[in-house]
Ligand binder design. Structure first.
Ligand SMILES: Nc1ncnc2c1ncn2[C@@H]1O[C@H](COP(=O)(O)OP(=O)(O)OP(=O)(O)O)[C@@H](O)[C@H]1O
Ligand SMILES: [Mg+2]
Length: 270
């Protein structure tokens, strides 16, 4: 851990320090996500406008997203459904600023971030978005606690505060007794719970989750999913969660699906 922290300290010089639990404003992002543009009209936490994406498969063009529009407000939890290959992961990667759309715009807190240089997009992503994938991708040589502490220290958090937040997040995820376990010493469901805690480590505004319980058996998936919903509600963030499971989708506030490259409310898909 010492070795890593030395490395982290080198990085912190370049990064903006953050107070525990309080987001420091990003200079590239002058107003907060909580700003209201008009009285009583909240700015969406994230908005996608006219997102298109085509992949080339040999000589064949795959038009996966064709002018998709979507917006999510503060505190909303939205299920993203759609058949395999419909473009859910592609959409999440674009919304999470990991991939560029061919056309269209991405707004975070009312600010168009699509045209930002790569470095600014990376900073924005680190500060405002948390990711959970189907596999936990935890660092194998570190404990559960360290896996949640490390991203905070990379972001410039003080070690004690980072540890306190990590312990709290892991406690909320029901892992109080497992914080010193390494990933190999955790069950699949426990590993995913650590990954969820890690995604929330830097107090993101938006959680993007790509089939976060897809690798778990039905019963474990339900337990982990309930913990995920609980922590999202406790921390007041917004979440867009891709799932194939209609029972889990039913627990969310709203359901949308991808059809013909567009996002439509699930009710309109039938
Ligand atoms: N880099 C790429 N190059 C070529 N085709 C790609 C690329 N990435 C994705 N695709 C294609 O785009 C389509 C959408 O993929 P995507 O992974 O977004 O689907 P999905 O809805 O997440 O599916 P699943 O439910 O199986 O995870 C698929 O047909 C896939 O083969
Ligand atoms: Mg996918």
């Amino acid at each position: 851990m010492n070795k890593i922290i030395v490395g982290i300290k080198g990085i912190t010089l370049k990064l903006t320090p953050k107070l525990f639990g309080i987001r420091k404003p990003n200079p590239a992002f002058k107003s907060s996500f909580l700003v209201h543009t008009k009285i009583g009209v909240p700015t969406p936490v994230m908005e996608l406008r006219g997102i298109s994406k085509t992949f080339l498969s040999g000589k064949q063009e795959l038009n996966i997203l064709k002018g998709a529009n979507f917006s999510i407000n503060k505190g909303e939890i939205v299920a993203l459904l759609g058949p395999s290959g419909a473009g859910k992961s592609t959409l999440l990667n674009i919304a999470g600023l990991l991939e560029h759309p061919d056309s269209g715009s991405i707004f975070l807190g009312g600010h168009n971030v699509s045209g930002l240089p790569d470095k600014a997009r990376t900073n924005m992503r680190k500060k405002y978005i948390g990711f959970v994938y189907q596999s936990h991708h935890l660092l194998p040589e570190f404990s559960a606690l360290e896996n949640v502490v490390i991203p905070q220290m990379i972001a410039g958090e003080n070690k004690q505060k980072a540890k306190a937040r990590a312990a709290w997040l892991l406690d909320v995820m029901g892992l109080k007794e497992r914080i010193l376990h390494r990933p190999a010493e955790l069950s699949g469901g426990e590993g995913q719970r650590v990954a969820i805690a890690r995604a929330l480590a830097n107090c993101p505004h938006l959680l993007l989750a790509d089939e976060p319980t897809g690798n778990l058996d039905t019963q474990t998936a339900e337990v982990v999913f309930d913990l995920l919903l609980n922590i999202i509600r406790q921390t007041g963030l917004s979440a867009l969660i891709a799932t194939h499971n209609p029972d889990l989708a039913a627990k969310m506030d709203r359901r949308v699906t991808l059809r013909d490259g567009k996002i439509i409310p699930l009710d309109e898909a039938f």
